[in-house]
Structures are given as C-alpha cells and as structure tokens.
Design a binder for this molecule. Sequence first.
Ligand SMILES: [Zn+2]
Length: 413
Amino acid sequence: MKSFNSILAAMLVLAGFSCKSTTKWEGQGPIQIIPTESRAIEKQVKQTYFVGDQVYFSNEFEGARLNGAEKVNDTLYRVLILPENEPINPSPWYAFKVWSERAQTFWIEFTYSENGFHRYFPKISNDGNQFSNVDSLNFMLPKVQEGRPKEAYLKVTSSPDTLWIAAQDLVGTVDAETWKDKLAEQSFVERIEIGKSTEGRKLEVLKIGEADDREMLMVISMQHPPEVTGYLAMKSFVETICEDSPESRAFRKKYNLYLMPQMNPDGVANGHWRHNAGGIDTNRDWVNFNQPEPKALAAFMEKKVADTGGEFVFAADFHSTWEDIFYTINEDLEGNMPGLIPKLIKRSSKRIPGYDPNIRPTETNERSVTSNSYFFFVHGAESMTFEVGDNTPRDLIKQKGEYTARELMRLLK
Ligand SMILES: [Zn+2]
C-alpha cells in the first residue's frame, strides 16, 4: 500500500503541480472575474443515519458535512460527501460522527459527486476537540483518475463512544469563539461587530492594540471553510502580537491590528467546501461586494480611514492550499511601505533552517477580485495571501506564524 504522501505527490505531479524542491509549485492560475450575486445552495439534511448492525453515522453538529451513509456489507460502509453547489473549487470538506452499540471494526468508503475527489487526509477525535491524523496503515486511496483519487477507504473501530472523523481539526466554530473570548480578556483587545452574515451570524472584528489609528494593520482568515492550516498560522501570528513582551507591548502602542478570524461563519457552520451561505466564493467578491462578509469588512475599513485620517500599512489573508505559497503584489508597485512584504517573507523564512519560501507576485498591475488586491489597491496596504499547505506539519505552521509576527514587529519598529 502506498503511503498517503506518496499518493499525494503522485496526484500533484499528475495534476501538473510539482512538489520537488527544485521546481516550485506555480500556484493557481490567474483569477477570473466572475459574477458574485448569490446563488442557491443545497443544504445537507441534518440527521443520524442508522445503517444497520447497530452502527450510526451522524452530521448533527456544527461544521459537519455528510450527505449520505449506507451499509455495503459486514465490513464496509459507504458515505457520500457533496458540495453546497457547483461549480466549485475542489476542496471536499467532510466531518461526521460514528458510533455503534458494540465494538466493531470496518472500512468506510468515502464517495463524492461526479467531479469530486478525495483531498484531505482524515483526522480522528474521541472528543470532537483534539484531532490527530489517522494511522496511514488504516487509510487507502486505491483508484486515481486523472491524477486524483476518486474514493478513499478508512478503517475504524467503532464503539458506543462517539468517534469524530473530519478533513481537518474542527476549529472554525467553537474553538474560534473560545479563542476570541480568551483574547478579548486582555485590556488591549476590543470586539467590534461589523454586521451579520446571510444566516444572521455575527461578523466580528477584534481591535488589538492601544495605539491611535494613524497606522493600522488588517488580518483575516477562513474565507474558505476547510482552510484550517491557514487559520492555525493566523492564530500563531496573532498570539505573538498579543504577547506580554517588551517588543509586543511597544508594537501595540504604535499600531492597531484589526483582525477578522472568521470571514465566512455560515460556510464553516454548514460544513461548506468553499462558499458562503450566498453560494459564492467570498474571495472573488472584493470588487463587486455583493456578499455581506467582504462588504461589511470593506465598509469598516473605509470608515476607519475616513474617520481617523489614518491608513492601513499591512494586510494578510490566511488560506490553505496544496503547498505553502505566498501570493504577493507585483513588486513594481508601491504601497504605503514599499518593500515591506518581500523583506518580511525573506526574514521570517530565514529563521527556519532549510526553508525556502515559494513566493508568487501577481504578474499584472491591475486590481483583481481578491481581498489581497483590495487591501493593496484601495488602501495601499502592503499585502499578501499567506497560504499554508493542507499537510504542512503543525509545528512548522506555528513557527511560520510566529516568525512572521516577530519580523513584522521588527520591521515596523
Ligand atoms: Zn482559500
């Protein structure tokens, strides 16, 4: 049996991507301007599937994604995972619970819509809170079509105790709220509600700092629900800025950091692959502003600038993709602090032995539909999309977030 990593490597090579350190991944192609008026989404039916032999599968929790479950035979059960609507970027999120009245060992077959394929290496948890990678011996991707695995098989042992199975740690809902509560206990953190999502969830910005608003920073994450690794890098970045150290305290006296960690709360709560409750990729809506999330944040930033006469000097949007990559602005263009981003990536990367950052500046000089482009072209903020690989080790993610914050504080001193 091939290991997941070798299959993933084969998959990326077949898909035209390279994971060899000698040739860098070229990242996504140019981003098209697409209509962003709301489109219908199909809501998954929230239910517990009793599939026979006293085995249960359930999607009855926030962030779940499970569209069907059935028994194939005594040692095989099949689950169906569907997107909220199509066309959609291939990021098939799944999350569900399994239990049985007596202990049983069986395989679970993951199946997807016609254009879907398996992407995320499964994580399991006994409490819905602490997740870990499954043992690779219990996981198979036997059939690869056009470079992508069509189905996946995971061996589990169920019991009366609930087992959670998910594409990544379930951090987008409860964990994110707990984390924000904890941050907000500090005197220099303030919560600001800037609007509501389509389903009425709070859109919230945290103000971190005790400065005037002459020079401001903006950080966002989780426009795309499954992008947990980017969220973890953002957390590490923000926690470093919030430290009780002379450097962080001085930084917070000079700059206010505005943070929107949950850019798409509806998408996360509904276990979406990519879109918000309006069925749209919010990171294609930063010109049209048809969706409440980008619209509220842009209005907040523009009002801040108008009210204070200050400016945003730095912005980062944290995401996840196949491999670590930084999407930056064309280096010929100058914002409010020319050269800040290339210097920052270079210096923070240097602190990680053997790490050679993959940096992809935009080739055109024109504004596009992403947040990164909005931050730069409208606000002059030196801006980047900070992409973390789906399988980047967690300690490296933490280091990257931390070192980026430390070098940023040094550069902005
Ligand atoms: Zn993304």
